[in-house]
Ligand binder design. Structure first.
Ligand code: HEC
Ligand code: HEC
Length: 290
């Protein structure tokens, strides 16, 4: 067999199932729009039914696989009842979904589509619901919707950069590229890491740890001065710096792995490593670099 033929065959075998999947997805989507969207449209205000974003999440959380999901959604839609309903709050507010008399075949196709679709977070719906519940004094429901809105709909700004004065450390302005300037940035990144941990914002924690691991290096002149004065202590000074670097690298990877427990443990080791160097060298080096 020549290579071109092989390539064609392999392209065809890969393309065929993808095409089939795409087709049933599109068919399910069309049926969903025709049969369900009149109520389940996230843009309706007031809402007539819960947006599919939340319905999908609830059913995914209570099923193990797609077949299970399709079975459970179809069973509800073919014969809706209060005891089968998983969404207690919508049932309370809107009543159980009516039996819409759909064909089971269609409903299963729709359910498969709902499983596979990536629904946009219903931001306007959450915002309106939060406002309404707040006005009605239903604070728990207000908070629940506001939290979802804040988490999914508010674009996060990058790592916070707190003002230097919040440290109350040095009143001296640092020269660009100086060790002091590098340390001040390290201090800012350290605070950013700590607040990211408190907010359980793993992305921001990874970013802050990365910045700490790859902090700027002092100018050549500063390095020479340090080497000339620290002499045989220079390897120990370097070792102290490496220790912080290695911990920052580890914190970045635990943040990416969303491993909060290990991250907190490493972060506390890092503070000790920062302080170990400060205790041994900070005042000495301030003298050297004067
Ligand atoms: C006439 C309006 C209406 C139509 C049309 C409609 N629904 Fe609903 N649906 C509701 C309401 C109201 C609820 C919330 C109350 C409830 O959960 O039973 C709901 C809830 C649901 C739930 C969650 C049930 C639960 O609480 O566990 C699923 C799943 C669902 N709908 C699927 C569908 C599908 C699929 C279609 C189209 C085949 C559809 N719905 C069409 C009104 C509708
Ligand atoms: C290898 C030694 C070493 C390590 C490790 C180290 N520092 Fe420093 N740090 C210094 C020295 C030396 C100074 C004094 C520099 C100066 O004032 O010129 C300093 C000063 C500082 C300052 C004060 C800056 C100012 O405005 O006076 C902060 C904040 C700081 N370090 C934060 C950190 C943090 C956070 C870590 C750990 C993530 C850390 N440092 C790790 C050596 C170290």
């Amino acid at each position: 067999m020549n290579n071109l033929l092989l390539l064609t065959i392999s392209l065809l075998t890969f393309a065929a199932p993808a095409y089939a999947q795409d087709k049933s997805f599109l068919e399910g989507k069309q049926l969903f729009q025709d049969t369900c969207l009149s109520c389940h449209d996230a843009n309706l205000e007031p809402a007539k039914a819960p947006p599919m974003f939340g319905v999908q999440m609830k059913y995914k959380m209570t099923t193990n696989n797609k077949a299970d999901f399709v079975g459970k959604v179809s069973a509800f839609v073919m014969n809706p009842s209060e005891d089968k309903a998983l969404l207690k709050q919508p049932v309370k507010m809107l009543g159980v979904m009516p039996d819409i008399g759909a064909e089971e075949d269609d409903v299963r196709k729709i359910a498969a589509y709902i499983h596979d679709e990536t629904f946009a977070p219903p931001c306007d719906h959450w915002k309106h619901a939060a406002e309404r519940f707040k006005a009605e004094g239903k604070m728990k429901l207000y908070q629940r919707h506001q939290q979802k809105y804040d988490a999914m709909c508010v674009t996060k700004t990058s790592t916070p950069k707190p003002a230097l004065k919040s440290y109350n450390l040095s009143k001296v302005t640092a020269e660009e590229g100086s060790l002091k300037a590098i340390m001040q940035q390290l201090g800012l990144d350290y605070v950013a890491l700590e607040s990211a941990i408190l907010l359980q914002d793993f992305d921001a924690a990874a970013k802050a740890a990365h910045a700490m691991a790859f902090h700027d290096t002092p100018s050549f002149g500063t390095k020479m001065k340090l080497m000339a004065s620290l002499r045989s202590d220079m390897p120990k000074f370097k070792e102290a710096d490496d220790k912080v670097h290695n911990l920052a690298v580890e914190i970045e990877s635990t943040a990416k792995a969303k491993d909060m427990k290990t991250m907190i443990a490493k972060q506390s080791l890092m503070l000790s490593a920062c302080m170990a160097c400060h205790t041994s060298y900070r005042s000495r080096i301030i003298e050297i670099l004067k």
